[in-house]
Design a protein around this ligand. Sequence first.
Ligand code: AMP
Ligand code: MN
Ligand code: MN
Length: 321
Amino acid sequence: MTKLEQMLEGAASIVILGHVNPDGDCMGSCLAMYQYARKRRPDSVIRVCLKNFPGKFSYLKGYEDIQEEAGGESFDLCICLDCSDKERLGDFGVYLDGAANSICVDHHVTNTGYAGENIVEPKASSTAEVLYGQFCEALIDRDIAECLYTGIIHDTGVFRYSSTSAKTMEIAGKLMGTGIDFTRIIDDSFFKKTYLQSQILGRALMECIRFSEGKCIFTVVKSQDMEFYGVGPKDLDGIVDQLRTIDGVECAIFMYEIDTHMYKVSMRSNYVVDVSRIASFFGGGGHVRAAGCTMSGSIHDVVNNLSGHIEKQLLAVSADD
Ligand code: AMP
Ligand code: MN
Ligand code: MN
């Protein structure tokens, strides 16, 4: 019996949490956990709480049951998924404080070990992959498989990122074996973009700027641009990945304005730069090749601060050569 299964055993009430601004891995993992817990503990009270989640994941079973507001109740067990630190639980952090027991299942190298039990596998492609290892295989039905598969494809960019391993593919194969409509999941939740999302992507790419001899690149979406195109933060997915795949680029930076002189920063690297170290330095976190943080100052300040760290890492690598 896995640690997660042991903790489910005695829990008459369970709450499942993810991180703020949930992505595909967070959504898929939370809803897979929700269904699995309902199967294992049919008589328990089970809640799944997330805020500001994208509508494109509405095909996942349990989506309609997601609660968006934190209440005053407390639970026997709090399960935190895909969330590296307590602050990233947002308003739902109160449930972690109030729970008798807690467990975190995650894959962030920057995970702080904030829960009672922490199952963190930084080499895993996704939390969905770690969660698969915690579930009893015989209980993974088609609905749970849809959720886990969604989590895996979103955090691997459909099996492209370096975090994809042979194990990831084996798990994906087993999930496919349950009969999921994987082409529809990939196209509808990962590749499909609305007209406005495509327009803002085009605008962001048109305005990108290279530096450090083309090894680094950045682009920014300002609040006024979002207003002009009628889009929000959830519509900006994938922009940073388009920057990363530009020929010659080692490190890509995408930022969007969240307040005056305040930016949400996403970083991606290809081979050498450890962006999780840079994001952690500025109070964020993530993975070696994909990380994020929130930074204040002018666009110039933010890019200058980041480029100092990136260039230091690039110089250290070229000195080793
Ligand atoms: P993003 O650039 O927002 O797509 O995030 C890339 C990775 O870094 C994801 O695994 C996020 O969970 C993580 N991440 C992004 N922003 C933060 C933050 N402020 N603190 C900790 N981790 C973050
Ligand atoms: Mn995530
Ligand atoms: Mn993840």
